[in-house]
Every structure is written in structure tokens, then in C-alpha cells.
Write a protein that binds this ligand. Structure first.
Ligand SMILES: NC(=O)c1ccc[n+]([C@@H]2O[C@H](COP(=O)([O-])OP(=O)(O)OC[C@H]3O[C@@H](n4cnc5c(N)ncnc54)[C@H](O)[C@@H]3O)[C@@H](O)[C@H]2O)c1
Length: 345
């Protein structure tokens, strides 16, 4: 029987991961530590499993009773407006948090970390393989996030090399879906919450910047398989995401189709917003045979709108169109999404 610790387990991805951990028969206890910075207790409110315990605390200072066989370190905001507003706190959550968590890893235990595609910075190659060393500005406005993720990767691979710690590092590309905060501040959730409020959809810059959005169920499935279910013996780093690249403008137009009459407006570009982002999934296909992002982006948006509608208390309001004109256009233009590129989030 195993004791598991999930730092950041009340967040978007963490709560989905915890739900999957609780399906395990060999689980004795799952302790979530979260300081509610960007997480919400409601994300796990529905869970009645007595093996789940929640500790509201900063991971850096939390006191834990005993050691843990598996540790999952997700404690960090993922959205630029949140981490850029509190950069030192972001560095602390990632770096000091990882050091604190290493202290309570049981001998022979596994330490898993959610790193990010942001370690590639403003990528000069596309798609980005794990071997690409990235192009990060270490004194730029996104450095607190990018560099703290890189530092924790360094810390874990050194702990593995010098101390033999079993580590697993994933580099997640953009993830979206239910339990994203309404005020998260990234493109998909912004457009949906703006559309539901009847507000203009705001794009930072011209919208030509591309991202690769993976739906949460597909990403959580990859994490479950890699971290425990498949018995994978590979430390990483492992890219996980959707390799279908879409411009931010295409996303805005697609979401706009659900809210007829809602305009798209362009604001000043976000500082050092990467122009492109697309995972090379060669390693993921080898390590997790058969895994892929199965939920099409369009379907993921439909599901996310439904969730946001409930979250914003709009269930009684007139529903948005179930199938926007943009859907058929979007499907027909799937080949174009795959190659669209540009500047920008
Ligand atoms: N969502 C994405 O698109 C994405 C992409 C790449 C990497 N990631 C990584 O995945 C992880 C989870 O991301 P998410 O989207 O669920 O973000 P999130 O903001 O929803 O979740 C982060 C959780 O960590 C908690 N937290 C932050 N600092 C803490 C601290 N010092 N002590 C205790 N708890 C703390 C927050 O309250 C929140 O519950 C993060 O490490 C993030 O960097 C996410």
C-alpha cells in the first residue's frame, strides 16, 4: 500500500490527477497540499473517499507526518497573468517547494514533476523535441515561471544522477477544459468567459501566435499512464500535449461562433509572448504506445463552454448555439490549423 502526496492538488490539472489516483487499489492515503492561490476547494468537493486528506498550506513550509512513496509536484500557477503578478512566489512554489518535497520522499520513492513547454521559451525549432534546449530570456518578464521550471528539472535530474532518486518529468503544453478558473487569463478560457458575459473577445496582439491545446481528459490519461499505470521506466523529460497547432485568432473565431454578435478586439501584445508552440511527440508515442489527444479541439471547447456556463451560474440563460458555423469551417480547415503560425500568448 502506498502513501501519495500531491502538491497543487486543488488546481485544474491536480484535481483531475487526484481523481485518477483515487481509483488505485494499492492507495493507502492521498494527501493534497494546496494554498488556494489559484486552486479551489470545490474542485475536489465531490470526492467522498476517506483516503483523501487535504492540507491547506504553502508547500514550502508545510509540515508533513512521515514520508511518501510517490510525490506529484504541481504547485505553481500556470497562467502568465498569475505568475507574472507574483514572480517571487512562483519561483518559491516551484523551487523551494521541490526542495521541501524531496525531503519527505520515502527511500526508493518516485518524484513526479509537471514542467512546461515554456522551458523552450521562444522556440527556434518546430515542433519542439525534448532535446531542444530552448530559447529563454532569463531576465525577461516570464522568467520566474520558465526558469523555475528549468531549475526544478535540473534539481531532479541531479538528484537522480547523484542520489539515485526515481524521477519523472513531463513538459506539458497548453491544457484546457473544465475546472480552469473563469479568471484564469489564458486564451481559451478568456474567450469563453468573455463570450458568456457578452463581452468582446480580447486577443493580445494580432492573434497569429500559435499554441497546441490539449483537452484535460487526454492529458490526464497520459499523466496516469506515464506516472503509474503503465509501469514506465523513463525519467523524461517527456513532452505531453496536442500536436495540432492552432493560432489564437482561429480559436477566437471559433469561440465567437457560439456567441453571435460578439466582437473580437485586439489589445497590445503580451510581453515576450512566444510566437509558436507545438510538441514533438515522438518520445511520447514510444513511451505511451497508442496514446494521443483523442478529443478534438472543437469538442473540447463545446464541453468547456458547458462547464463554464454552469460555473458562472448561467444554466438558465439562453444556451449558446450548440454548433457554430465556425465548427464546420474549423473542421474543414483542420489542415490549415496544423500549419498556421505566427506571433504571440
Ligand atoms: N495548465 C497548463 O496548460 C499547464 C501547462 C504546462 C505546465 N503546467 C503545470 O502543471 C501544474 C498544474 O497546472 P494547473 O493548470 O493545474 O494550474 P493551477 O493554477 O490550476 O494549479 C496549481 C495549484 O497549485 C497551488 N499552489 C500554487 N502555489 C502553491 C504553494 N506554494 N503551495 C501549495 N499550493 C500551491 C494552487 O493553489 C493551485 O491549486 C503546474 O505546475 C503548471 O506549471 C500546466
Amino acid at each position: 500500500m502506498v502513501r501519495i502526496l500531491v502538491a497543487g492538488g486543488l488546481g485544474f490539472i491536480g484535481s483531475h490527477l487526484v481523481e485518477r489516483l483515487l481509483r488505485r487499489d494499492d492507495l493507502d492515503e492521498c494527501l493534497v497540499v494546496d494554498n488556494l492561490w489559484t486552486g479551489c476547494p470545490q474542485n475536489l468537493d465531490h470526492v467522498l473517499d476517506p483516503r483523501l486528506r487535504v492540507l491547506i498550506a504553502d508547500v514550502e513550509q508545510a509540515s508533513f507526518d512521515g514520508r511518501f512513496d510517490e510525490i506529484y509536484h504541481l504547485a505553481s500557477p500556470a497562467s502568465p497573468p498569475w505568475y507574472m503578478a507574483e514572480p517571487l512566489r512562483t519561483i518559491s512554489a516551484n523551487v523551494i517547494g521541490a526542495m521541501r518535497l524531496l525531503e519527505v520522499l520515502a527511500p526508493g520513492g518516485q518524484f513526479a514533476f509537471t514542467s512546461t513547454s515554456e522551458v523552450y521559451g521562444e522556440p527556434q525549432v518546430s515542433p519542439q523535441p525534448e532535446s531542444y534546449r530552448g530559447s529563454v530570456d532569463c531576465t525577461g518578464p516570464r522568467a520566474s515561471y520558465d526558469e523555475s521550471k528549468r531549475c526544478v528539472e535540473a534539481m531532479l535530474f541531479e538528484a537522480r544522477r547523484v542520489l539515485g532518486v526515481r524521477v519523472k518529468v513531463v513538459r506539458l503544453f497548453n491544457v484546457f477544459g473544465p475546472r480552469t478558473r473563469v479568471d484564469d487569463g489564458r486564451a481559451v478560457s478568456n474567450f469563453i468567459s468573455q463570450g458568456l458575459r457578452g463581452a468582446p473577445l480580447t486577443i493580445f496582439g494580432d492573434g497569429a501566435q500559435t499554441r497546441s491545446w490539449g483537452y484535460i481528459d487526454d492529458i490526464a490519461e497520459a499523466l496516469e499512464r506515464y506516472f503509474w499505470r503503465d509501469g514506465v521506466d523513463f525519467a523524461g523529460p517527456l513532452n505531453i500535449g496536442n500536436d495540432r497547432e492552432i493560432s489564437v485568432l482561429e480559436v477566437a473565431r471559433y469561440v465567437q461562433g457560439f456567441f453571435p454578435g460578439t466582437p473580437i478586439v485586439h489589445l497590445a501584445p503580451a510581453p515576450q509572448d512566444p510566437s509558436n508552440r507545438r510538441p514533438d511527440l515522438t518520445t511520447a508515442r514510444r513511451v505511451l504506445p497508442g496514446w494521443r489527444c483523442a478529443v478534438p479541439y472543437e469538442e473540447g471547447v463545446v464541453r468547456t463552454i458547458a462547464w463554464f456556463r454552469a460555473e458562472m451560474g448561467l444554466e438558465d440563460a439562453a444556451p449558446a448555439r450548440a454548433m457554430p458555423a465556425a465548427l464546420s469551417a474549423g473542421a474543414a480547415n483542420a489542415h490549415r490549423f496544423a500549419t498556421s503560425r505566427g506571433v504571440g500568448i
